[in-house]
Design a protein around this ligand. Sequence first.
Ligand code: TPP
Ligand code: DXP
Ligand code: MG
Length: 586
Amino acid sequence: MARDLLSTIHDPVDLRRFRESELPKIAQELREFIIDIVATKEGHLGASLGVVELTIALHYVFDTPNDLLVWDVGHQAYGHKILTGRRDVFHTNRELNGISGFPKRSESEYDTFGVGHSSTSISAALGMAMASNLQSNARKHIAVIGDASIASGMAFEALNHAGVSGADLLVILNDNAIGIDPAVGALKDYLTKTKSGKETGRDNIFEALNFDYSGPIDGHDLPLLINELKRQKSSKGPRLLHVRTTKGKGLKQAELDQVRYHAPGKFDKVTGDIPQRDDSELPPKFQDVFGHTLLELAHQNDKIIGITPAMPTGSSMKIMMDTYPDRAFDVGIAEQHAVTLAAGMATQGLIPFCNIYSTFLQRAYDQVIHDVALQKLPVVFCLDRAGLVGQDGATHHGAFDLAYLNCIPDLLIAAPMDAVDLRNLMFTAQKGLELPIAIRYPRGRCHIIEWKQDFKEIEIGSSRQLSNGRNIAVLSIGPLGVMVQKLIKSEDLNVTHIDMRFLKPLDATVLDEVFDKHHHVITMEDGTKAGGLGSAVCDYAFAKAYTGKIHKLGLPDSFIEQGPTSDLHKIAGIDRETLLKLIESL
Ligand SMILES: Cc1ncc(C[n+]2csc(CCOP(=O)(O)OP(=O)(O)O)c2C)c(N)n1
Ligand SMILES: CC(=O)[C@@H](O)[C@H](O)COP(=O)(O)O
Ligand SMILES: [Mg+2]
């Protein structure tokens, strides 16, 4: 279809020149444009398709960017990007040096707030509304938040505050009854039944929080949306508009299989089909090694419990949930709750495996310290997506966990180099540790096809020596060790290589030997150089008055953007070539 209307829209001012009757055609063109690009370039699909009409209506009715529009998570903002000056570069979405997959303040004045992690939009928009009030700025403030994201604690904190703030804040609840996986919790049940208090004669939950509640309305009905948004524009105070939409709207398969089409990878833009790939010859993804291993251990040990905050598919916790629905739980987007829930279970002798993406555990830092480590509760944290994750970029890289966990007393920290070690660490963790442990592993595939080997207990704090050389020792942690090993073999380097395996406790005995025998020690990690393995080794070397040189390879003191992980590793200097050059220079 010729995109004759969409191609004339360079910003929302152009959009506002159209008659209302032309907007459905623009919606159709916008939807097709998103499908066309995401089909080959990949990215988040279902959420953006679901809010096409809402996006158009918002920019049509409100005076963006003067009126401030905040998207929650931002994975649904593709239409917003295309209508706000980024249509011509949208094909670079999530690519190295391309535009970000999420709203980003440095990218456009229409991106009023940087997002990626969920449930921030109401707080941010409320902050803007309060600032406008204090600065006597007449503008509107709108937060668009999904049904799964609004169930998070942070969103509730913001609603609680907003309800007594008198702020000019419109919260649009985009309710499609699903997150990445089916939405969970009592609020979800409530939302499916919601009617306004005016209809039922009882308070609805948002009215009870002093919000002027409207809806639910059909979020695909453009005339209805436009009328309602115009009404909202002329209102004041905290308001909540409940909009019902269909995730994946307009692409049949995406509507039918909303979990898969959240971010489907490549697909056929005409049929919507995802090409069948035979992955049977490939090594498994780390997340699947986790999922299958947890189930295997759960068969043997009935104290094991699984917990995921809203990522059952992404983490493969779903594998245990399907077999043991009473022992594995999706608690919704609630990282803080997930950690303290695990702590509570551990007080009663259960062994909770709490699986959280490294980046999202940042949300629950205090809970890890105060509720788990301080009480020495043996929770097993499995931190998926540790290290650089690729196209999701700076908001999602698991760059900081080694550093932010290393300073917490009484917390064991491990990073397996391969899938067999991941299994063995999980096996060890459920044998009755007296302390909590964090086991972190990356996004993507491991390198071992025969990963399902018999379990072996690993001594806590033990490293393993993978090669023995002279003068130079490489100390790696995590799967970067595979690259180090290959490099040493392929270049026939006379270099010692130790897979440290544990950041805490460090293997002091092996470090003493390394310091004795080598003039140069290179540390290698896919976390920030500051505070991680390199820092820990430097501290130990200082204490031991080591006179050789330590060279730290790790992530720099800057945020790393999106792109293929291999490129990002080069940019960060944790790649093969950088290591080889360093070794040669020594
Ligand atoms: C703090 C945090 N936890 C988890 C995620 C992963 N995540 C991204 S989108 C999403 C589901 C959001 O669902 P909803 O708010 O209903 O929006 P929809 O995708 O349905 O549009 C989740 C769990 C995240 N981005 N941030
Ligand atoms: C938007 C968001 O936070 C998730 O959809 C995230 O992109 C999932 O990442 P994975 O693809 O690594 O599961
Ligand atoms: Mg949703």
